[in-house]
Design a protein around this ligand. Structure first.
Ligand code: B1M
Length: 211
């Protein structure tokens, strides 16, 4: 694994002051906000590893989320600016699946989609199957994005996709899944159309769907 950048390292160490200072320095130096997010993702993965190893506990996870939310507040205006010219492209229904309350990644996806001109219907976290299906039906959205960060919530995504089939609308909507531990195998298991490794990929797939 490549060595962590100073920013990712500061995040792993939960050094909030240093994280915010580095983020400001990078923005001042003209670094694109998405690059900063990438570095932060590496830091969050490092925090996850420490949690798995029993070095960090839930309190550290919570604190890391708070730091990242502060970083996002700093980055958000820059993310929106980057694609302001885009006109309205279509509707994307988005949410974190039932049983899962992780929302930092989903919120980044929502910000980028909005910045790219999509109308985002964000259902929030812990979203029940019926809510996804109803919203897709009601809005006629051609894209549904589901976020899942816990392995035990993968079957929830499959349940939603089966429910779309039962409602007769599976072929009308492109389903994208995302969230740190997801991958192509998970996509295949749940029957989604795409796995988006990051928010930019999610936006690009949505652009592709809407032409
Ligand atoms: Co949680 N947690 N957590 N946690 N947490 C993980 C996910 C974990 C991998 C840590 C670990 O052990 N290594 C692990 C899951 C293991 C597994 O199942 N494989 C874990 C666990 C176990 C838990 C709890 C069960 C802990 C406990 O209670 N014992 C608990 C579960 C709560 C629940 O949901 N029911 C829990 C709780 C929490 C907090 C609440 C403390 C907090 C979340 C706060 C919040 O979101 N508001 C938290 C955090 C912060 C993490 C880690 C450290 C960081 C997650 C994060 O925000 N990443 C995480 C470790 C890790 O990620 N490796 C971990 C940054 C974010 C920008 O990335 O969400 O992947 P991500 O989003 C990316 C892409 O994936 C993609 O774009 C985003 C931007 O590029 N993407 C999409 C995401 N969704 C998309 C949708 C799309 C397209 C792209 O649709 C179009």
């Amino acid at each position: 694994m490549a060595e962590l950048t100073a920013l990712a390292k500061a995040l792993v160490e939960l050094d909030e002051e240093q994280v915010m200072e580095l983020v400001k320095q990078k923005l001042d130096a003209g670094e694109p906000a998405m690059n900063i997010i990438k570095e932060c993702n590496e830091g969050m993965a490092g925090i996850g590893k420490r949690f798995e190893d029993g070095v960090y506990f839930l309190s550290e996870l919570i604190f890391s989320a708070e730091i990242l939310q502060n970083v996002m507040a700093e980055l958000e205006p820059h993310l929106k600016e980057s694609d302001q010219k885009a006109e309205s492209r279509g509707i994307v229904v988005l949410g974190t699946v039932k049983g899962d309350i992780h929302d930092i990644g989903k919120n980044i996806v929502a910000t980028l989609l909005t910045g790219a001109g999509f109308e985002v219907v964000d259902l929030g976290v812990d979203v029940p199957t019926e809510a996804f299906v109803e919203k897709v039906k009601e809005t006629g959205a051609k894209v549904l994005g589901m976020s899942a960060l816990l392995s035990f919530t993968y079957p929830e995504m499959k349940t939603v996709i089966d429910a779309l089939k039962d409602a007769g609308i599976r072929d009308k909507v492109t389903v994208i899944i995302g969230g740190a531990p997801c991958n192509e195998q998970v996509r295949e298991f749940v029957g989604a159309d795409y796995y988006a490794i990051d928010a930019v990929t999610g936006v690009n797939i949505s652009k592709q769907v809407y032409g």
